[in-house]
Design a protein. Structure first.
Length: 209
């Protein structure tokens, strides 16, 4: 998923969620996030997640893309679950529903609201510096994802990771992560220089309609 795809759905979508004012969607997302953080009953969290799935089902949105994007955090929560000693069934469901509910909420938000509207509304309640950090983080995630996709293609061309050749695979993996780190630093420096040239002074400015 590329950021241009998200921008397209957010701008040209015509679902009932797109027609809802941005501030209401932000308030709803905030309430869901607070509920997910402070509720420790997996049945209630499961009910919240089912409600979110129902919203996706009964709205004119790209359902498969939203679901796939919201399931990405499961990769990380799975690794985390393997590191927990004496893992219980209840705790497993609790963590999974917390992650899925949070991810689905924010994926719905960015699919139905342009990032300009989101950060414009946030700028009214949060410090400008914090809004700038969130905005740059949002853009950087997709830039890094593009770099990661290119890196995957490079690894595929040079040779896949092979369990039968552990030393070769570890060397290939180490080089890949080193390249990813260097590219991330380079992109960060280029972004900073471009923003300074364009007159960035620490605050985001929005044009009034």
């Amino acid at each position: 998923m590329k950021i241009i795809d998200l921008d397209y759905y957010a701008i040209y979508g015509n679902s009932w969620l797109h027609k809802m004012p941005a501030q209401y969607k932000l308030i709803t997302a905030f309430l869901v996030l607070v509920s997910v953080l402070f509720i420790y009953n997996y049945a209630v969290l499961g009910f919240i997640y089912i409600l979110l799935l129902a919203i996706i089902l009964f709205s004119d949105l790209p359902k498969v893309k939203i679901l796939l994007l919201s399931l990405y955090p499961l990769l990380f929560i799975t690794l985390y679950l393997f590191s927990i000693d004496n893992l219980t069934y209840n705790l497993t469901l609790l963590l999974i529903f917390k992650v899925l509910s949070t991810a689905t909420t924010f994926v719905l938000l960015i699919f139905t609201t342009t990032y300009i509207e989101i950060f414009k509304k946030l700028d009214k309640f949060l410090p400008s510096f914090l809004v700038s950090v969130l905005f740059l983080t949002y853009r950087s995630i997709f830039i890094l994802w593009t770099i990661f996709e290119n890196l995957q293609l490079t690894l595929h061309i040079r040779g896949k990771l092979q369990l039968s050749r552990p030393v070769y695979s570890l060397r290939l993996l180490g080089n890949a992560f080193g390249h990813l780190l260097i590219r991330a630093i380079k992109v960060s420096e280029d972004m900073y220089e471009c923003m300074m040239i364009r007159g960035y002074s620490g605050n985001l400015r929005y044009l009034r309609k």
